[in-house]
Design a protein around this ligand. Structure first.
Ligand code: SAM
Ligand code: SF4
Length: 366
């Protein structure tokens, strides 16, 4: 067994020792003896969870997420991996305990494993409880073993259908087998996989019960997500929108569902299904409000910090980050941003033409 992330990373990657020397230790590495004040928002919610979209690019084009001819950001606008690492350290020093790497598709960002190698040091110190990721699974076959070795224990894989033809249609280009193989590789490497499926009217609504049986049969939790009005796409989202209240009522004819008290500080509410023994989550931002216990903020790949997925207000951390190699300015920018975190969002699907929030989920991270 390898003792620390540095041992692990050195064993895994000869580049890592060079990289560590190049980037060097920072004042924000969470080794400080006395912890600085945690991030508490105006509604007394502690911010302990940061989601980081490391790229807006993706190798798929899911119909509810992106348009087919999506315009991506110029690469020069992106924060470097070093800058992302520095920002994460600032948040961790201020009490963030969980990081989720997302996108776009996080595993298509060049050299993304360097960031995972760097971040894993916070798992070793105990400053970070969890380093996790949301992925479409297309690159898991390649990266899962190293992710597991770096301390990634769980990943969410987005998968809306088990029908290869529908999968290609929903993603506009994906190969289902590649994703299923990626999931298998991750599980063999010891990573717990949760399946996230967006409930899509007329697309996968008849398949949901079978998908649950498949996921639970393999020991994977599953979460159903309602389509959210984020970013312009081709077509009308009201056509895609399947209220989870409807999906749930249908599932009740096949499954016995017992609500669970499990809370993640996020929008998911869970049930246990008696027939499968597995856990099913519902993310219902449009039919239920989930804001009162919100513990999270979202960082984009350009350094914008969104305090709420459903609101436009964002703080530009890139400027503060680049203004000085010292972290004082950027830490203050983070504190000021958290002081502006709103009480909640305001999604309403009927008002969502073309989009209630103009940015895509792939920009803010799902
Ligand atoms: N590419 C990765 C993936 O698909 O898992 C990570 C980013 S993706 C934006 C994160 C999650 O957001 C996925 O589960 C996806 O299905 C979901 N998503 C994207 N656009 C959405 C929308 N408009 N409404 C609801 N969920 C959406
Ligand atoms: Fe890519 Fe994920 Fe959006 Fe699908 S949902 S297009 S995989 S970012």
């Amino acid at each position: 067994m390898l003792g620390s992330s540095r041992d692990r990373a050195n064993a895994l990657s000869p580049q890592q020792s060079t990289e560590t020397r190049m980037w060097g230790p920072r004042a924000t590495d969470a080794f400080a003896p006395s912890a600085p004040a945690p991030l508490i928002d105006p509604f007394q919610r502690a911010i302990t969870y940061l989601r980081i979209s490391v790229t807006d690019r993706c190798d798929l084009r899911c119909v509810y997420c992106m348009s087919d001819d999506m315009q991506f950001l110029p690469k020069r606008d992106l924060l470097s991996l070093e800058e992302l690492d520095r920002l994460c350290a600032v948040f961790i020093q201020r009490g963030v305990r969980k990081l989720r790497i997302t996108g776009g598709e996080p595993l298509v960002r060049r050299d993304i494993m360097h960031l995972f190698r760097r971040l894993s040091r916070h798992l070793d110190t105990g400053a970070l409880e969890e380093l996790t990721m949301t992925t479409n699974g297309t690159q898991l076959g390649r990266f899962a073993p190293e992710l597991a070795a770096l301390g990634v224990r769980r990943v969410n894989v987005s998968l809306d259908t088990l029908d290869p033809v529908k999968f290609r249609a929903v993603t506009r280009r994906g190969d289902l087998k590649v994703v299923l193989d990626g999931i298998e590789t991750a599980r063999r490497a010891g990573i717990k996989v949760k399946i996230n499926a967006v409930a899509l009217k007329g697309v996968n609504e008849d398949e949901i019960a079978d998908m649950i049986a498949w996921a639970h049969g393999d020991g994977m939790d599953m979460t159903l997500i309602e389509v959210m009005p984020l970013g312009e796409i081709e077509g009308d989202r009201t056509d895609q929108f399947l209220p989870l209240s409807v999906a749930r009522a249908r599932l009740e004819s096949r499954y016995t569902m017992t609500p669970l008290p499990d809370r993640t500080g996020g929008p998911a509410r869970y049930v246990r299904i008696a027939e499968t023994g597995g856990r099913l989550g519902f993310i219902t931002p449009l039919t239920h409000n989930f804001c009162e216990s919100c513990n999270r903020v979202r960082l984009t790949c350009t350094g914008k910090l969104y305090m709420c997925l459903g609101q436009e207000d964002a703080a530009d951390l890139r400027e503060a980050l680049r203004a000085s190699p010292d972290d004082t300015l950027v830490t203050q920018a983070v504190i000021d941003a958290i002081a502006r975190k709103p009480k909640g969002h305001d999604f309403v699907i009927e008002r969502a033409r073309p989009a209630a929030v103009p940015r895509h989920m792939s920009v803010t991270g799902g």
